[in-house]
Design a protein around this ligand. Structure first.
Ligand code: AMP
Ligand code: ZN
Length: 278
């Protein structure tokens, strides 16, 4: 895929799924990785009203290096950036949160970090009056998630899959959209490298033991003989997703009794994690 084809494919996803409107205030949740940096660059280039939101996980030099790249990139693109720190918001660094929670509950690093990040991103994006949150999720992420849910024996965990997250329709829930959803990770890396974006290509240091990491290895290996394997997994899942959403509690959000944020349980997943760090 050359640069032009890459850009066209992202535009097509946005158009086909009506992900964004030029009038919307669009907030890109930016980690500093190649995916979110690329989607930020493209949306700005396509003429959307974009700003960026970063959660500083306070993971030492790793976080500092990402934050400095993000600031530089947003400056260059003239995109307003808002940064929130987990230490300021929750009193601890992400490493500290994870080690305490893991000593008390059987949860993986990436699960804990993901739940806290999503909770903070939704809350902050709503306070900043964003119409949409954009994430950098790609085809590899999607195929891995679908497979992981099959292996866990519960496809209902995958309700947030698809190019837009549409499970809960509610004024407190900012819709998340994923313009890179059908683009393989490798293509995003090629694009980002060829554009010389200020990005660190190493994976997060916590990912190594993660279940997702194993699944990534399996899929990458199988792709060598079946080049369309990731696309096939995702496309076949998307065919049954509307049915899964119908059968779930779609459209009926529950406000968490503790934090008031929308979710699927009386006590949201973030609060059930945060109780351990109080
Ligand atoms: P991940 O769960 O690490 O695969 O990240 C998925 C998406 O969430 C990324 O593409 C970003 O859009 C967003 N994201 C991840 N980490 C952060 C962060 N620290 N701050 C803001 N957004 C993030
Ligand atoms: Zn809560």
């Amino acid at each position: 895929m050359n640069q032009k084809q890459f850009e066209t494919k992202v535009k097509q996803t946005i158009k086909q799924y009506k992900l964004l409107d030029k009038k919307d205030k669009v907030m890109v949740a930016i980690s500093g990785g190649k995916d979110s940096m690329t989607v930020l660059y493209l949306l700005k280039k396509f003429g959307y009203n974009v700003s960026a939101l970063h959660i500083n996980l306070e993971m030492g030099r790793w976080s500092e290096a990402h934050l400095s790249n993000i600031k530089k990139f947003c400056d260059e693109l003239k995109v307003p950036l808002t940064v929130y720190s987990v230490r300021k918001e929750l009193g601890r660094s992400m490493c500290s949160i994870k080690s305490i929670v893991k000593s008390k509950a059987k949860l993986q690093d990436c699960t804990i970090c993901g739940i806290i990040r999503r909770w903070l991103i939704n809350k902050k994006a709503r306070e900043l009056r964003a119409a949409k949150i954009v994430t950098g999720h790609n085809l590899d992420d999607a195929a891995q998630t679908v497979l992981m849910n099959y292996f866990k024996g519960n496809l209902f965990i995958g309700l947030n899959e698809g190019p837009y997250v549409g499970v809960i329709s509610d004024k407190k829930f900012v819709q998340r959209v994923k313009p890179l959803y059908f683009i393989p990770e490798k293509e995003i890396e090629n694009y980002s490298r060829s554009m010389k974006f200020p990005v660190i290509y190493e994976r997060c240091p916590c990912v190594i033991g993660a279940y997702r990491h194993k699944i990534r290895g399996v899929l990458d290996e199988m792709q060598k003989t079946n080049p369309k394997i990731k696309e096939n997994i995702v496309q076949s899942f998307l065919k049954i997703l509307p049915e899964l959403r119908r059968k779930s509690l779609a459209g009926k959000p529950i406000y968490c009794r503790q934090c008031g944020e929308p979710g699927r349980n009386e006590i949201c997943r973030a609060c059930s994690i945060m109780q351990y760090i109080k």
